[in-house]
Design a protein. Structure first.
Length: 370
């Protein structure tokens, strides 16, 4: 037997494998280059799925689809405007207080003994006086960068809202047109799968919004009771940052503690931090399992891996989008697993019939006749 001939690979197979590899590499390169657009589409899709229950509520009240979409977007824009009007003045006030307290802080530092000893050895104050005139020139670049990034965020927000409007108005029609490309016998199954994925993602987003809204109410109430003047801004900040898994609640806890410390003192800051940590335990162990029990049934280790992968791939936006995408992928994998189990059940041989039990033996002996 000629082993060299039997192990040869035909040129057609080589070309087929090579072309498939090139096609996969080209597709990966295209997706990598289009990742900003794909991120916008993903955010817009999440917005559509999150607003769809509200649009459906307005439609059940008797409004047409267009009016329902407009009222939903007005509600969303009103919420964002309220957040901006509450958070921005708080930041401006905090920065102004910092600027006002900065001269006194500089005077205290300059009069300190450790700085005088450093100045005697290394001429620290002389170096600072020499370098301070250059600071204004170095600050101009970051300020321009902040302004340009703010303009970019505004343009991105307008783009996302536009895509969201079109998705709410024409998304169902586009879905029906896409279904027509599938074989007729597979359409009902695919339609049911996509609707299940839609319900899972929508339920997850609505559940997260409810949890964040409750957390915002608790944060605002606690800080108001402690006498913090920015209780509304802190509550609305929880409503926004709560969508970031793990990191969002930590940022809110730090912000609440520092704001309480800066406004009403150290003792109340400790009380606020303790109450916030207690509420986080209640939220993680009671509220989230209760609200999300039907939407995201995923192992906590897998949730952490998904969030970390999303954050490493796309930063904060990837961490926010990771779990909704994981919810949709989980529905798909569950459906594939059910199909595989049914196929394996059909392929398994039928169990052999159990052997028949032997008839009962008559062990009684006949009596002896004498």
């Amino acid at each position: 037997m000629d082993l060299s001939r039997s192990s040869q690979v035909s040129p057609r197979t080589v070309w087929t494998v090579g072309l498939h590899a090139l096609a996969i590499a080209a597709l990966g390169l295209v997706l990598y280059r289009l990742r900003p657009m794909l991120a916008l589409l993903a955010v817009s899709l999440m917005m559509v799925l999150a607003l769809e229950p509200l649009v459906g509520l307005f439609e059940r009240w008797g409004l047409k689809r267009g009016w329902s979409v407009m009222l939903s977007l007005i509600s969303l824009l009103g919420l964002f405007t309220l957040i901006a009007l509450s958070v921005v003045p708080m930041l401006v006030d905090q920065v102004s207080h910092l600027v006002e307290a900065l001269p006194g802080f500089v005077t205290q530092v300059r009069d300190s003994a450790w700085l005088r000893s450093l100045d005697e050895r290394f001429s620290v104050l002389e170096s600072l006086e020499r370098e301070l005139p250059r600071v204004s020139g170095t600050i101009a670049g970051p300020v321009i960068g902040v302004l340009s990034s703010s303009l970019g965020v505004l343009v991105t927000g307008i783009t996302v809202l536009t895509l969201t409007v079109f998705g709410l108005l024409a998304g169902e029609q586009l879905f029906e047109q896409g279904i027509l490309w599938i074989r007729p016998d597979r359409r009902p199954e695919l339609r049911e799968l996509l609707l299940d994925m839609n319900r899972a993602v929508s339920g997850y987003l609505v559940g997260v919004f409810l949890i964040c809204a409750l957390g915002a109410v608790v944060t605002g109430t606690v800080t108001w009771a402690l006498g913090v003047p920015y209780f509304l801004a802190l509550g609305l900040m929880y409503l926004v940052l709560g969508f970031i898994p793990y990191i969002g609640s930590l940022l809110v806890a730090l912000t609440v503690s520092l704001t309480t410390l800066a406004t009403v003192g150290f003792r109340r800051a400790l009380i606020a931090l303790a109450l916030f940590l207690i509420y986080q335990q209640i939220e993680g162990n009671v509220l989230q399992p209760l609200i999300q029990r039907r939407t995201l049934k995923m192992n906590p280790l897998l949730i952490a891996i998904v969030v970390i992968a999303g954050a490493l791939g796309m930063g904060v936006l990837g961490a926010v989008l990771a779990l909704p995408l994981a919810a949709a992928l989980q529905v798909l994998l569950q459906r594939v697993q059910e199909q595989r189990n049914r196929q394996w059940a059909r392929e398994l041989p039928a169990p052999a019939p159990a052997p028949a039990a032997p008839p009962p033996s008559d062990d009684t002996e006949e009596p002896l006749h004498h």
